[in-house]
Design a protein around this ligand. Structure first.
Ligand SMILES: Cc1ncc(COP(=O)(O)O)c(C=O)c1O
Length: 378
C-alpha cells in the first residue's frame, strides 16, 4: 500500500501530466538538477550549451557541473527572450543543446526555436521554471522541446520552497535521468544550511558586484564551496504541499493576472509611448503566466527606485536577473563569450514587483503610488 508521501508524489505527477501531456515526468530536487541530469544522460561532455544571457545563474552552474561549456546568447529587447536570430549567431560553435527560457513567464518563440534546433541536430531543454501555466501558440509551456523543466522553489509560481520537475516524452532519456538522479544526495539539514549560507552570500554579492567588479573574483571559490547545491533529490515528504499548489494553479494564475492588470492600470502602462522617459513594459504575448510583474526602469534610476521601495517596506521588489556575463567569464574563463549588450541593459533596467498570494489590490495601489511619488520627486 502506498503511504501518504508517495501518494502526494503520484498526485503531483498526475497534475503535471494534465497540464502538459508529457509522457515522462520526473520530480527533481530542483529544476537545475533536471537540467544537469538531462545533459549528462545525453552523454554530452565538453560540448557547447547555449543559454540566455539573462537567465538565473543556476542554469550556468548546472551546465558547468555537467562538464559542458556554457555559451551566452543575447536576448530580444522587447521580450527578454532568446530568438532564432540570436541563437543562429552561435551555430559555428557546434552546440549540443539550447536552454531557452520563458523569462518572467513571458512566452519565448519556442516553436521556431524547436524547429531550428531540430534542423541542426541540437537538443532543446525548455526552461519553464518561471512559466508554470503559460502557453505558447496554444500549447502549454513545459510541453516543448526534447525535455522541459519547472521549478517549485522559493518564490516560484507554485512555491513548494524546494523542488522541480524534468519532463520528456522519451522513455529512455527518462530512465537514464532517473538512474543519474538516484545517486544524488538527499535534501537534508546539511544542504538546507548550506543553501541558507549561499543565499546569504549571494544577495550582497549581487547587490554590489556592479559597483565593485573585484567581487567577481570570489565566484570560482564560491562555486567550489557551493556548487554541489545544484544537484540533489528530495525525500518523498518534501512534496507534501505540491498537489494542493498544483490543484490551485488556476486561481493562482487568475490572481496574478488580476494584479498585473492593476499594475498596468496604476502605472499607466498601456498609455506609455515608445520613448517614455522612465518606465517601459516588456511585451506580454498571449499565453503569458506572470511569475512577477516585470518592469523596465531607466538604468540610472533603477537602483534608487528599488532602494526607495525597500525603505518603504516593499522588500519583495527585486531586480532579477542580473546579467550572467560577469559570473560566466569568471567561472569559465577559457571560453570566449560573446558580448550581450541587450541582456546587460535589461539586467540594469529590470525590477520585478510582487504578484503572489500575499499581495492584494491595496498593496498594488500602495506600490504603484510609491513609484509615482519617486518619479514625481525627480
Ligand atoms: C529561469 C530559471 N531557470 C531555472 C531555475 C532553476 O530552478 P531551481 O531553483 O528549482 O533549480 C530558476 C530558478 O530560480 C530560474 O529562475
Amino acid at each position: 500500500m502506498q503511504n501518504i508521501a508517495q501518494r502526494t508524489v503520484r498526485q503531483s505527477v498526475h497534475h503535471l501530466h494534465q497540464f502538459t501531456h508529457r509522457q515522462q515526468i520526473i520530480l527533481t530536487g530542483r529544476a537545475a538538477a533536471g537540467l544537469w541530469s538531462a545533459l549528462r544522460a545525453w552523454g554530452f561532455r565538453n560540448r557547447v550549451i547555449l543559454i540566455p544571457a539573462n537567465t538565473c545563474y543556476i542554469v550556468l552552474w548546472a551546465v558547468l557541473k555537467s562538464g559542458n561549456v556554457p555559451m551566452l546568447v543575447d536576448v530580444d529587447p522587447l521580450t527578454a527572450n532568446v530568438t532564432v536570430e540570436e541563437l543562429a549567431k552561435h551555430l559555428t560553435t557546434n552546440p549540443a543543446a539550447v536552454i531557452p527560457c520563458h523569462m518572467y513567464g513571458l512566452p519565448a518563440p519556442i516553436e521556431s526555436i524547436c524547429q531550428w534546433a531540430q534542423r541542426h541536430n541540437i537538443k532543446v531543454i525548455e526552461d519553464a521554471a518561471l512559466a508554470l501555466g503559460a502557453a505558447v501558440n496554444g500549447k502549454p509551456a513545459g510541453s516543448w522541446g526534447d525535455a522541459s523543466l519547472f521549478s517549485f522553489g522559493l518564490g516560484k509560481i507554485a512555491d513548494n520552497q524546494v523542488g522541480g520537475a524534468l519532463l520528456t516524452d522519451d522513455p529512455l532519456l527518462a530512465q537514464e535521468i532517473r538512474r543519474l538522479l538516484a545517486a544524488a544526495p538527499i535534501w537534508d539539514d546539511r544542504l538546507r544550511a548550506l543553501t541558507n549560507q549561499w543565499n546569504g552570500l549571494y544577495w550582497p554579492l549581487h547587490l554590489y558586484e556592479a559597483q565593485n567588479p573585484d567581487l567577481l573574483n570570489l565566484y570560482p571559490q564560491l562555486f567550489a564551496l557551493y556548487g554541489d547545491l545544484t544537484v540533489y533529490q528530495l525525500a518523498d515528504d518534501d512534496w507534501a504541499d505540491l498537489p494542493t499548489l498544483l490543484r490551485q494553479l488556476p486561481q493562482n494564475l487568475d490572481h496574478r493576472g488580476h494584479l498585473a492588470a492593476l499594475y498596468d492600470l496604476h502605472l499607466g502602462i498601456n498609455h506609455l509611448t515608445e520613448d517614455s522617459p522612465f518606465l517601459k513594459p516588456l511585451s506580454r504575448p498571449a499565453g503569458s503566466s506572470l511569475w512577477r510583474y516585470p518592469l523596465l526602469v531607466k538604468p540610472e534610476l533603477r537602483d534608487d527606485l528599488l532602494a526607495y521601495l525597500w525603505e518603504h517596506g516593499i522588500h519583495d521588489a527585486t531586480r532579477w536577473y542580473p546579467p550572467l556575463h560577469p559570473m560566466t567569464i569568471t567561472l569559465a574563463p577559457h571560453v570566449n563569450q560573446p558580448v550581450t549588450p541587450t541582456a546587460n541593459l535589461l539586467g540594469a533596467s529590470i525590477i520585478n514587483l510582487p504578484l503572489d498570494e500575499h499581495v492584494d489590490q491595496a498593496d498594488v495601489e500602495h506600490i504603484t503610488s510609491l513609484i509615482h511619488e519617486f518619479l514625481n520627486a525627480l
